[in-house]
Ligand binder design. Sequence first.
Ligand code: SAM
Length: 241
Amino acid sequence: MKLTKIRLYVEHPLGQGQILPLVRAQAHYLFDVMRRRPGDSVLLFNGRDGEWRASVAEADKRGGALEVLEQTAAQIDPPDLWLIFAPLKKARTDFIVEKATEMGAARIIPVQTDFTNAERIRQDRLQAHAIEAAEQCGGTFVPEVADLARLDRLIDAWPSDRRLMFCDETLAGAARGLASADRGKWAILVGPEGGFSEPERARLSTLPLAYPVSLGPRILRADTAAVAALTLWQIALGDWR
Ligand code: SAM
């Protein structure tokens, strides 16, 4: 019987001959759920050293160990792109983190805006979603999911070398894209279901590196807007070109 491929994110450094001790949860997943046995292969990545093939060296209900054998893919980091978004209900927030990871965001920052629907997030749970998405999509990089930040504070401390693609729903239908924009460090900002408040819009318009853009003639739901904005940016300036 052909075994399904397993890709696991680990924190341990990866290199030929490394022995990785498994914690109980990893051992349970590999040996009880996925039925792996000594000698079976597993693919590993840690976000820094590319992807490696390892084999089960020792299987035990409470632990066990993997031996790292050979590199199967080089490390590929995404462009320096942040996705800043206002968290929505749980499932839609999970969706945005998963899609942003698959689509190549380097950092994911949930923000509280004037009309944000959610007041808190579980950063650890969202980070785990990003790890799962990277395991599943074949990526070797896992974006960091930041803690919930306030949009006004983020704008006050905005780095002078990072451009901001500001998805502004009031521009729906206008011909405003990224045509003349340069590559480099970027962030995408997508608002909540209620959109941006006037004070937020006024504050954003004072940022010298803000590019207000339209995502077409229709108003998209915030989760759709995040995927559309990532697509637009990746095609215009990112690693899909
Ligand atoms: N409540 C707002 C309204 O009625 O105009 C709509 C907000 S929309 C559901 C959520 C976010 O998605 C917006 O804040 C914006 O960042 C983005 N968005 C949706 N459609 C867009 C469009 N056509 N152009 C630019 N941004 C858009």
